[in-house]
Design a protein around this ligand. Structure first.
Ligand code: ADP
Ligand code: MG
Length: 474
């Protein structure tokens, strides 16, 4: 088996083991470059892919390779761009044209000082639109968690190699989860790296308004002309194009001409392309033709990390207990989380008080509903039991039956993530299991969420139920 055949066989297996979005994102344009003494060197298109393959997918790659070649012992990734062929690029496809450019490490939680005076002083004008980028929305000020790592990774890749890697890029997720932040971070990043790049940030509402205005003034040609010179089109909340036929038609034309010129297009939406109602099929399939990444609700740990970053940015002093209280209560989205933090800070400043847990609880009590207060271990076990249609109390039984083991692991994982309980407390709840059993369960579930999008969706649904179905205790 030569290198190419070996890689093809391994990819075939990896493709089955991980989600399609992840496979397309990380394994496109990879090759085996050499295999000496069992050390396989894989060429990848960016520093970014290198990091993910080495850190997240190492295990899969190794296993898949070993299944076809027992001598393989380890893998290494290096950034490599295959020599260009002389042929013209296939129409509209630009995936092979990745520039050989090293990227900075990105997969860490970054906490960065507040934006400097100079950076914060002027909102940046982006091309011909009146909407400006908010300089606060950068990759550095965005906390990475398991809920948004794929979306952030894709946005960083696009900012590093616009128009080449993932085009178009479609980001979706619920309100207040950071879509606009990421979209604008792409623009801010590109502006900080290169002068003269024409970035156009707009919302689909603004886009629609401008079209209506242009139609009224019979100035549609001028409107379209503006888009000719754009290098990067960032369009927020694309779901609002739904039901607007004329706007969709014009957008379709703009989209196609930019795309054919390898100009980068990034869109956000509150739902995936297939779930946007009354949108033309040809547009829907354009949206879905590149890379799609979703953003979910942040876990307790990520919510804590976000709060820590926010207080650092604003130079606020707040004790850990209060922070934790805010993070535990504000579970729906980041906007709500930030809002609660600001409310506590403002109320304390106004009254000249130093915040503590008691004060924080009092200030937030109007926002804290009964439902949130009653989420506890028992409730998690109950929801998981119901979700998997198990008999009551089954999760607690000492059994190794697969139908029970996995739901129990899911319950452990959720107790850890949503309630932030110590491993030992969770183990104890399930009949005195030790903390390594709980740790193993949490790790296993985390891994499956990463690898199996169907499973991730299932967990998402269970999590939704935790917050939906609770009745007040009195
Ligand atoms: P969306 O566009 O999805 O509705 P936004 O991008 O407007 O959400 O985010 C809402 C607020 O939450 C913004 O102030 C944003 O900076 C903040 N935010 C969201 N996600 C994160 C994150 N991961 N790290 C830091 N701040 C975040
Ligand atoms: Mg938004």
């Amino acid at each position: 088996m030569d290198h190419q055949e070996l890689w093809k066989a391994a990819l075939g297996e990896i493709e089955l083991a991980i989600s399609k979005a992840n496979f397309n994102t990380w394994f496109k344009n990879t090759n085996i470059l050499s295999n000496e003494n069992g050390q396989v060197v894989i060429g990848v298109p960016s520093g970014f892919a290198k990091e993910w393959l080495e850190n997240k997918y190492n295990h899969y790659i190794l296993q898949a390779l070993q299944r076809h070649d027992g001598t393989v012992k380890g893998i290494n990734c290096i950034i490599y761009t295959p020599p260009r062929h002389n042929e013209a690029p296939a129409a509209g496809r630009s995936i092979d044209a990745v520039r050989p450019k090293e990227t900075r490490p990105t997969a860490t939680v970054v906490s960065t000082p507040a934006p400097t005076q100079a950076r914060a002083s002027a909102a940046r004008t982006t091309g011909s639109t009146s909407i400006t980028l908010n300089p606060r929305y950068t990759f550095e000020s965005f906390v990475v968690g398991e809920n948004n790592d794929l979306a952030r990774a894709a946005c960083v890749a696009v900012a590093e190699h616009p128009g080449t890697t993932y085009n178009p890029l479609f980001i979706y997720g619920g309100v207040g989860l950071g879509k606009t932040h990421l979209l604008q971070a792409i623009g801010n990043h590109i502006l900080s790296q290169a002068k003269g790049v024409h970035i156009h940030y707009t919302t689909s509402q603004d886009f629609t308004d401008k079209i209506i205005e242009a139609l009224q003034n019979k100035a549609i040609r001028e409107f379209l002309d503006q888009y000719r010179h754009i290098d990067i089109l960032l369009i927020d909340d694309i779901q609002f194009l739904s039901g607007r036929e004329k706007t969709q038609e014009i957008f379709f034309n703009i989209f196609n001409s930019l795309y054919q010129l390898n100009k980068q297009i990034v869109m956000t939406s509150d739902r995936p392309p297939q779930a946007i109602p009354t949108i033309e099929d040809r547009l829907r399939s354009r949206f879905a033709s590149g890379m799609i990444a979703d953003i979910n609700r942040p876990s307790l740990e990520t919510r804590m990390a976000i709060l820590r970053l926010k207080i650092k940015e604003k130079s606020i002093k707040l004790d850990d207990e209060s922070l934790r209280f805010i993070a535990e209560q504000m579970v729906n989205n980041v906007r709500e989380l930030e809002g609660a933090l600001n409310r506590v800070v403002a109320a304390c400043e106004l009254q000249g008080l130093v915040p503590d847990l008691g004060l924080t609880e009092r200030i937030l009590s109007p926002l804290v509903t009964q439902t949130k207060k009653t989420l506890n271990k028992e409730r998690v076990a109950e929801v998981v039991t119901e979700f998997f249609h198990l008999p009551n109390g089954e999760l607690m039984k000492k059994t190794r039956k697969k139908e029970i083991v996995e739901p129990r692991q899911i319950a452990m994982f959720l107790m850890r993530q949503e309630l932030g309980l110590p491993l030992s407390a969770i183990g104890k709840f399930f009949g005195g299991k030790d903390h390594t059993t709980t740790l193993h369960a949490c790790e296993k579930i985390e891994k499956r969420i990463d690898d199996d999008s169907g499973f991730a969706e299932e967990i998402k649904q269970v999590r939704e139920r935790l917050y939906q179905e609770q009745l007040p205790t009195h």
